[in-house]
Design a binder for this molecule. Sequence first.
Ligand code: CTP
Length: 403
Amino acid sequence: MELTDKKVLLGLSGGIAAYKGPELLRLFQKEGAQIRVMLTSGAQAFVSPLVLEALSKEKVLVQDDFLRPLGGLIPHTHWGAWAEAIVVAPASASFIAGLAQGDASSILAATIMASRAKVILCPAMNELMWSHPATQENIKRLRSFGYTILAPETGALACGDIGPGRLPSLRKIVEFTKRLLGPHDLKDHRVLVTAGPTREPIDRVRFISNRSSGRMGCALAQVAWWRGAEVYLIHGPLSVPPPVGPTCLHVETAQEMLEAVREYLSKVDIIIMAAAVADFVAAKPLDKKLKKRPHFCLELVQAPDILQQIKLWAKDQVVVGFAAEEGPQLISEAQRKLKEKGLDLIVANDISRSDIGFDAEENEVLIISRQGTTKSVPKGPKNKIAWAIWDEILQWQRDYVSK
Ligand code: CTP
């Protein structure tokens, strides 16, 4: 897990969204993080330190602990040195103002100032307070310090207003923390990933599709984003939640995917076609619902092959394809597609097994390069496979491109 043993200090300041603190703490713990919690005096009015102490199994520091040595150690410098990331959720308007001015009178602001940790601030407040020029100036200043600001989301606020001011989703906060603490080895890359099946209409209500869940493509996009890349994900209908962070574009048909890929290709230096694009589409889809009848013959024609087109459009992009194969033909068929589609690398997976590949939680793949090298990645969760695929792409670039 990406946050395993990462040291995260969760800071809560005074705002109604502080009630989400215990849930956020649990989410970080589920991701393997070591977590400590610190509350400003404002936060204490909304959430009890006792709850957080019971959940974190660590002492929770509050304003009264400021400058009260912890077994001889100064709390804010000690915890500041411990943390790899400090996440303030919610960050209230007054907390933001104090930190922007370098006012270290709150224990949490003092800890941030006495730390080398990466900082994520998640403002949550009334929409007018958020859009007030004073808050916006303070936010600009905090950004200039290198802090990550997760802008509040729009929705119903505790005061009854509707507008920007809500704490971002807890999943989003956790995903941004993963990116901040990630290895950043893809930070100079812009990547395009395709995922999921396509849907090809037969009539107004029916379509041809396949069992792809989109899990492998989403994992590739999510992992690339954690590792610092700018990521575009073009996906068909997904059976899993889309990744947080990448720019996601939903398409339905192979033709729509082709057009979207064409538009985004020039923006990126690596493309991975993980989508299970249709091979056949209805020759003449009907624009009304077909009435039932004893027999019906559907004429199918070949769908556009997106990778074949990319071969014509690509300039210097690294092009990676997938090969969905059954049984003993796995390697020879993958090699054939690698060659015919003009790929740099191909990821072959066996779709005849129900425990891996299509619509499964796990995968097991063989990565073949156009130079003939092969790398086998043992069975594991698709996120783990995605890490290995990105490792292999970076290694391939070091071996064959940068020389
Ligand atoms: N692909 C594509 N456009 C299609 C079909 C497939 O770009 N219309 C891409 C897939 O995204 C994958 C690669 O081509 O990266 C290989 O897909 P696969 O389904 O394994 O093979 P096909 O090209 O469909 O060939 P075959 O039917 O012979 O298996």
